[in-house]
Design a protein around this ligand. Structure first.
Ligand code: PLP
Length: 400
């Protein structure tokens, strides 16, 4: 019989995928389930981007490219960082992979030795912990409560650093909390990091453009230039340009790290897809108005969902600054019973109840390292969100 390797056994299948699969199975069985699980924009890749890919295919851009990104792709990334973040990178300080996820994977594979620690402010994107473990590292979860807006503070960072700490991950705006750091909120963390020169920073900026209410985006390498020599700034086209299926992401940082990441990539995917790179070049260098338009759509949905959740008895939802997720507390419904007599003891019980009895699929906060909460992805139509929120309210009202 097949025996999976130790490194795979340690992590198991993604809980989000498991919940989504279960919800989709119920749907196939004819139940009208609304799935608010997916972290993916619900609109199509804009036409100019698709057209650039078609032109690339026609002119024969269908071969292997330079392994960590074609020169034109790296130039587009260089331009993006200058234009949006006032960060200057040489082309050999840039790495392009099959999604931000591969870039993060390459970085950890290239840098972690067994037992090295990676600090993950919780709630965090589940994949961080799993990738750290696959790469032989130890995820160190630091719970960041709602009192500080789900943000890490300087004292927590200082306390979490040990001689084994290799990386601090920062993800702003955050999946799952939607919380974002201003430059002023990053500054005290940068101060701590300056005192610990062996700790590197991975800034996952994938939701950079999905930021509301006039909040200004900030990223550590720009806030504290002295950290630039040990920061990998990661971003991608998936979320901003609705390009999840094209699989293009990128990172920029010190040359030695970028070179080590290229070694990993050279023995896994060889290079990102040539056609997808052509599309991503158009996304990064073409007209940017689509980004603002989508942001306005998302903001209207956020406002609706947050207000609806806050009206539901027992739920409480902080207003997130960005991304397309709400992360609401369900502490107020725990200890209650469903009409069927089941006692809700944990956020996963509440999420199960929502799915089984009210046919709405959401993800428990415990999956992201912080309970008792649940995440809604509101990257879906307003009609679906209205129906889903009505069901959630009914579910809360039906508790005894
Ligand atoms: N980082 C975060 C925080 C995400 O939520 C996601 C996708 O869900 C990614 C990275 C991965 O993006 P990509 O499609 O570029 O691999």
């Amino acid at each position: 019989a097949f025996e999976p390797a130790q490194r795979v056994r340690a992590i198991g299948v993604s809980e989000i995928l498991r919940i989504t699969d279960h919800a989709n199975a119920l749907k196939r069985a004819g139940r009208p389930v609304i799935v608010l699980g997916a972290g993916e924009p619900d609109f199509d890749t804009p036409e100019p981007i698709r057209a650039a890919a078609a032109r690339a295919m026609e002119r024969g851009d269908t071969r292997y490219t330079v392994l960590d990104g074609s020169p034109a792709m790296k130039a587009a990334v260089q331009l993006k960082f200058r234009r949006d973040n006032a960060l200057d990178f040489a082309l050999d300080e840039i790495s392009v992979g099959a999604g931000a996820k591969q870039v993060i994977f390459n970085a950890l594979m290239a840098s972690l030795n067994p037992g090295d620690e990676v600090i993950l402010p919780a709630p965090y994107w589940t994949s961080y912990a799993d990738i750290v473990q696959i790469c032989g590292g130890v995820p160190v979860s630091v719970p960041c409560g709602e009192a500080n807006g789900f943000r890490l503070d300087a004292a927590q960072l200082e306390a979490a650093i040990t001689p084994r700490t290799r990386w601090l991950f920062l993800n702003s705006p955050s999946n799952p909390s939607g919380a974002a750091y201003s430059a002023a909120q990053l500054a005290p963390l940068c101060e701590v990091l300056l005192r610990h020169p062996s700790v590197w920073v991975l800034a996952d900026d994938i939701y950079e453009h999905i930021l509301y209410d006039g909040h200004a985006f900030a990223t550590p390498a720009a806030v504290e230039p002295r950290l630039r020599e040990r920061t990998l700034t990661v971003n991608g086209v998936s979320k901003a340009y609705a390009m999840t299926g094209w699989r293009v992401g990128y990172g920029a940082g010190p040359r030695a790290l970028i070179e080590a990441m290229a070694v990993v990539q050279s023995q896994s995917t060889s290079c990102p897809s040539s056609v997808s790179q052509a599309a991503a070049i158009e996304a990064l260098t073409g007209p940017q108005h689509v980004v603002a338009e989508r942001r306005n759509d998302f903001q209207a949905r956020r406002d609706f969902v947050v207000a609806a959740l806050n009206r539901a008895p027992g739920l409480h939802c902080r207003v997130p600054e960005g991304a397309f997720y709400t992360f609401a507390s369900c502490a107020g419904v725990l200890g209650r019973r469903t009409r069927g007599g089941a006692l809700l003891q944990a956020d996963s019980d509440f999420c199960n109840y929502l799915l089984q009895d009210f046919e709405v699929a959401v993800v428990p906060g415990s999956v992201f390292g912080l309970a008792p909460y649940f995440r809604i992805s509101y990257a879906t139509s307003m009609a679906q969100l209205e129906e889903a929120c009505a069901r959630i309210a009914a579910a809360c009202e039906a508790l005894e």
